[in-house]
Design a protein around this ligand. Structure first.
Ligand SMILES: [Zn+2]
Ligand SMILES: [Zn+2]
Length: 262
């Protein structure tokens, strides 16, 4: 069944489309379930260059309500893609999943705490030390129980040129935690698009096949998403991700199996 639980809106200011545009694209594509998961607004407006302002949170929720009203045949889940920064875990639990009734949250490691600062994982996740920090962070996210799945766990493909025993060991630690807690790891369609753009050259990005080969050996669940940043990308990358999962014998989770349709 066609569905995508990872997409963004223009409120994060590096994507396009309102929730309604995504809803209409989902209906047109034949989906029955759509998860909208923009980059989470944070109460202190940290990192707003890549996420919505906190003052726009109400507008985001109203946009999702409008999409639900206009697309009654579609089940729209209200979500956010959240940073694995522990000081926000209370906000995620109490305000988002609690008071505001979010259906689910995605955990993502876009930033790593390195040498006393939060640094971009896209540019600084390129050393054994950073990899260990990242691994610990992902395990913490998985064990928090806050997140329905973990976005692009193999993001470190952007920083390393080739696979190594160290990357293998970290991957197994992440995958084992995911297996123990039944939290799927995401095969991310946006990574396929970035790779295809050629902008990053021949460097491996994500989804990075050796990572998923290790994951298959550990045997945790996976979930394939488009990580769409525009309505036209809503289902892009899903066939590629599903092909990868199938080739490696990975078991795919979905909204129903995650209990999100309750
Ligand atoms: Zn984004
Ligand atoms: Zn995303």
């Amino acid at each position: 069944m066609l569905e995508n639980l990872h997409c963004h809106t223009k409120l994060c200011r590096h994507a396009s489309g309102e929730p309604l545009d995504l809803g209409l694209a989902a209906v047109k594509g034949g989906a029955r379930v759509l998860g909208i998961s923009d980059h989470a607004a944070l109460p202190d407006d940290r990192w707003t260059e890549v996420r919505m302002h906190f003052k726009d949170l109400g507008r985001y929720e109203a946009g999702i309500e409008l999409a639900r009203a206009q697309c009654p045949e579609l089940r729209i889940l209200k979500g956010f893609e959240c940073e694995g920064v522990p000081e926000y875990f209370g906000y995620y639990q109490d305000e988002l999943l609690g008071q505001r009734g979010f259906d689910y949250l995605i955990g993502a490691g876009h930033y790593i705490f390195l040498d006393g600062h939060w640094e971009s994982a896209f540019s600084r996740l390129d050393s054994p030390k950073a990899m260990q920090v990242y691994t610990d962070q992902l395990v913490l996210m998985i064990e928090s129980g806050l997140f329905a799945f973990i976005a692009h766990p193999d993001l470190f493909g952007c920083g390393f040129d080739h696979w190594s025993p160290e990357l293998s060991a970290c991957t197994r630690t992440i995958a084992q935690a995911a297996k123990d807690r039944n939290v799927p790891l995401e095969i991310n369609g946006n990574g396929f698009r970035k790779q295809a753009s050629g902008f990053y050259g021949a460097k491996p990005l994500y989804p990075w096949r050796p990572f998923w080969e290790e994951v298959a050996q550990v045997g945790c669940l996976v979930i394939v998403t488009a990580d769409a940043h525009s309505p036209k990308e809503l289902f892009e990358g899903l066939p590629q991700g599903q092909k990868l999962a199938k080739e490696l014998g990975l078991v795919e989770a979905n909204a129903a199996s995650l209990g999100l349709l309750g």
